[in-house]
Design a protein around this ligand. Structure first.
Ligand SMILES: Nc1ncnc2c1ncn2[C@@H]1O[C@H](COP(=O)(O)OP(=O)(O)O)[C@@H](O)[C@H]1O
Ligand SMILES: [Mg+2]
Length: 215
């Protein structure tokens, strides 16, 4: 995959908060590679070296390797998008919140618990798209969210809410990185538009989703 994509993410199967996530890059001009865990970057001269180093780190836990996406940046910091999707009061999947997450400058993940900052989608995209295009892009993401909800429901009919992590690459193509089944609604309180969180809360209370969720 490294040869094929140039960069991959290696992630624990049951991870949260960006913990244990590794970014690996292949450097063809030097025929070597480098990998980053937290804010430490190390280099490796052969795939075998890399494999040994990763095995020592991942131990016996299960990991996946995923094609790496070169995320768009805002003031030199990477960002991705969290899309909140819920069953609404008519029991239909509806995207209720979209928010951007800006990584800490030295981190490879955007998670809030890993130094990330929540920031409005419009602000992040304003460097890359015109205001009219931003609105259209946002409704495409809304449709994508609802579609993922409908699709996953066919296998997991009891699902009520999803938090989808979406990467946007340099060509503005969206990629689904991860779908969380227990998303935190509280991140949406940070938006100026208070109606977003109010709706998330209203839907969540209707299906009992706020129970047991701490800030
Ligand atoms: N394939 C990828 N390409 C680029 N960045 C990624 C990729 N996978 C994960 N990331 C970054 O790492 C973060 C955490 O990964 P994620 O799969 O969401 O795991 P977690 O369950 O720990 O949140 C993502 O929000 C994103 O910023
Ligand atoms: Mg995530």
């Amino acid at each position: 995959m490294l040869e094929q994509y140039g960069m991959v993410y290696v992630k624990p199967i049951s991870g949260t908060h960006g913990k244990g996530v590794i970014r690996v890059e292949y450097l063809p001009e030097k025929s070597s590679c480098r990998y980053q865990i937290n804010n430490t970057i190390k280099s490796c001269s052969t795939f075998n070296d890399l494999h040994q180093a990763l095995l020592a780190y991942t131990h016996k836990k299960k990991y996946i390797v995923q094609k790496g996406i070169y995320l768009l940046k805002h003031h030199k910091r990477r960002f991705d998008i969290r899309v909140m999707v819920q069953k609404n009061l008519r029991n239909k999947w509806e995207t209720t919140g979209i928010i951007g997450r800006l990584s800490h400058p030295e981190r490879i993940v955007t998670n809030y618990h890993n130094g990330g900052t929540m920031i409005s989608f419009e602000k992040l995209l304003s460097e890359h798209l015109s205001p009219a295009t931003i609105a259209g892009y946002k409704s495409d993401l809304r449709r994508l969210g609802a579609e993922i909800g409908r699709q996953l429901s066919t296998a997991y009919p009891r699902l009520k809410e999803l938090g989808i992590d979406v990467a946007i690459d340099k060509k503005l193509h969206p990629w689904v990185l991860e779908v969380n089944t227990k998303p935190h609604p509280y991140v949406f309180r940070m938006l100026k538009d208070k109606s977003v969180y109010q709706k998330i809360r209203r839907y969540s209370l209707a299906y009992g989703g706020m129970k047991g969720k701490s800030k």
